[in-house]
Design a protein around this ligand. Sequence first.
Ligand code: 5RP
Length: 238
Amino acid sequence: MNHEKALVEEAKKKAALAAVKHVKDSFIVGLGSGSTAAYAIEALGERVKHEKLRLLAVPTSYQAFLLAVKHGIAITTLDEHPEIDVTIDGADQIDAELNLIKGMGAALAREKIVASASKLNIIIADESKKVRVLGENNHPVPVEVLPFAINPVKRKIEALGGKAILREGKGKLGPVITDNGNAIIDAVFGLIGKAAELELKLKMIPGVIETGLFVNFADIAYIGTSSTVEKIERIRHQ
Ligand code: 5RP
């Protein structure tokens, strides 16, 4: 691993370690997806092992499920535990109000469901994820779509001013298929001034299952650098 990459991994780990401190004995924990969330799952596994924490976890993806099993964290479901004490998850972009773009790992639908069932949502990331405005650098909004509706949804996203690209798999020919059996359209809108408005418009398109815009979900973000961790708390507007 080159030096720069090692520093980024260190930053992700630091953010993850800060977040897992919020977890207490007997908690129901939402496990996020992605490389940063993976560090949190590993650190939670360590706490289960050394502090004998009795946790039950709801994974947001097959990746998170396998990591939980690997690190000795017991699994539960939203059917058994519809209320989660704390969820720790990563993000692709984070603005100053803690609005997010998520879903580059294609787990956005379950991530949003788990976040909406959580009393506390903690986001962990390295500092490259912080942006002034969501959509910076033409970052796409991932949109999970019923396969039957791919083309009509693409056309409707384009009518909203976005560029719609069907996400292709790596290591397999053809489109990415999510854990829910759906496709992902990456929708590029440029700078997203009104994320809540865009989110509503996208959700109104028949065939759209979920979008990667997470508005007013995150409560706390831990942003790691190679030497420190910044804590940002969401200001709640009345
Ligand atoms: C998956 C996600 C991830 O949390 C997001 O892509 C961040 O991943 P990473 O920590 O690997 O950068 O939303 O759907």
